[in-house]
Write a protein that binds this ligand. Structure first.
Ligand code: ZN
Length: 456
């Protein structure tokens, strides 16, 4: 097997040599086979990444913006980065929205009394203290709502839209409440944006339209949405009582956590690896996005442990407030605006860490070709497939402001089954997937930061 691979690669080089100049492109990569192997072996020889994620979740729990949990976790992360030997470890201050859920419940009050599995939507207002009670109207899409005449008036409207893709169905969570309010509804419910789980409702942010009356809004589990739909189809008149204490407090102090390995030759040129450290206030934010933070951070820890100091600086950023404000990503763009032209690549992992398959990439064709060449070092990990579009939320503002090449981690797993739910805990994540992802990110970040030519 080994012999055959060498034979193939030799003949490949020979063909390239006959074709002319491109042969040089594979030669520079040869120097990275050995360090790539060391990074992969170091990462895969332990469960360090998973253990760190478990410690984060077990100790600090979920980490909504403005919470004491997030604050304590941020300070812990900075301290751990220092212990890892990272350089220029710092906390960049960011003011963040401070939404609190408070107590909440939803019940069928007629016929009979039955609790419904629900989670208030992030950024929602609350109900009056005694809750609000109203008849239920179910619609299957926005067209049905728009055609409903005055039937939504005074009612609680449920958008019962089965999950297809996140992009297609998340609009009912973000825009549904204001669309229902415009038709006179007193509250809005959405079928959880995720595939059926085990009666797990999914929270997530809503976005009230400007100038529109705000109404309280919550997600119900897929199973409860189905039950309500069956009752509705039988012609049953359903009455519901929704109670929510949700509200905003004044903006709170938070921080982006940053650590670096300074470049040995071109320290002003920066490769960023990142995730977002805040989470929703349910579960422990393990897959969204504790795992993404830890595997990105691992890239630097692995380099430090192995004594690899690349030509350019590698910077890990744990962004705050992705979930309900994106203030961390926006602050980064403003604070480092003067450095953005020297950002060689920005990577973010925010699609969970399940079985890694490779990376998404946005950038020039030439840069894509280089990323593809580097990915060949990851063939044995099964993480060498490069797909279109590498942009994630927090790096988005900087990437767009300075046309920075963007990279994201692709994984094969049930991210949307648990994200934004009480089930987002570390036990859903395989330690092997964590160490594989960390290895792949580590190799990618190291080679891009160290290679003789800048990624363009
Ligand atoms: Zn996320």
């Amino acid at each position: 097997m080994q012999t055959r691979r060498i034979a193939i690669s030799l003949s490949f080089v020979f063909v390239l040599a006959l074709a002319g100049a491109p042969g040089a492109q594979t030669r520079w990569l040869e120097a990275y086979r050995e360090p790539a192997r060391r990074i992969i072996d170091e990462s895969r020889s332990s469960t360090f990444a998973w253990d760190r994620l478990a410690e984060l979740g077990d100790t600090f729990g979920n980490r909504l913006s403005g919470s004491e949990n997030l604050d304590a976790a941020i300070k812990w992360a900075a301290e751990q980065m220092r212990q890892d030997g990272l350089e220029h470890v710092r906390l960049d201050p960011v003011k963040v929205p401070h939404w609190v859920r408070g107590a909440e419940s939803l019940e069928i009050t007629a016929p009979g009394r039955h609790p419904v599995a629900m989670l208030g939507l992030g950024n929602s207002i609350g109900t009056p203290p005694d809750g609000l009670q109203a008849d239920l109207l179910i619609v299957r899409n926005f067209q049905e709502l728009d055609a409903a005449g005055d039937r939504p008036k005074g009612r609680i409207v449920l958008f019962n839209v089965p999950f297809t893709t996140y992009g297609e169905t998340v609009v009912y969570r973000s825009d549904g409440p204001s669309r229902a309010a415009a038709m006179g509804a007193v509250a809005a419910l959405v079928r959880s944006v995720g595939p059926p789980g085990l009666r797990t409702p999914h929270t997530g942010a809503l976005r009230y339209a400007d100038g529109q009356l705000q109404i309280p809004a919550a997600a119900v589990s897929a199973e409860d949405a189905d039950r309500l739909q069956r009752m509705h189809n039988r012609g049953t008149r359903i009455r519901l009582r929704l109670r929510m204490e949700a509200k905003f407090l004044p903006d709170a102090d938070s921080f982006n956590v940053i650590g670096e390995i300074r470049g040995r030759e071109l320290p002003d040129e920066v490769v960023v690896v990142s995730g977002h450290f805040d989470s929703w206030d349910v579960g422990t934010g393990a897959t969204d996005d504790g795992a993404g933070c830890v595997v990105s951070w691992e890239a630097l820890r692995l380099m430090k442990k192995l004594g690899l100091r690349p030509r350019r600086t590698v910077r890990v950023v744990l962004f705050t407030n992705e979930e309900n404000g994106l203030r961390g990503g926006l602050d980064y763009r403003e604070r480092y605006r003067h450095q953005l032209a020297n950002h060689v690549l920005m990577f973010e992992s925010d699609s969970g860490v399940f079985k890694p398959t490779g990376f998404g990439f946005s950038g020039s064709d030439a840069a894509r070709k280089t990323i593809q060449e580097i990915a060949s070092l990851l063939h044995d990990l099964g993480t060498d497939t490069i797909t279109a579009s590498g942009e994630e939320a927090d790096i988005g503002p900087s990437v767009q402001a300075a046309s920075i090449p963007a990279l994201s981690l692709n994984v094969d797993g049930n991210y949307f089954r648990i994200h934004h739910t009480q089930a987002d805990t570390v036990d859903k994540i395989d330690p092997r997937d964590m160490s594989t992802a960390a290895a792949a990110i580590g190799v990618m970040a190291y080679v891009v930061a160290d290679m003789p030519h800048r990624l363009k």
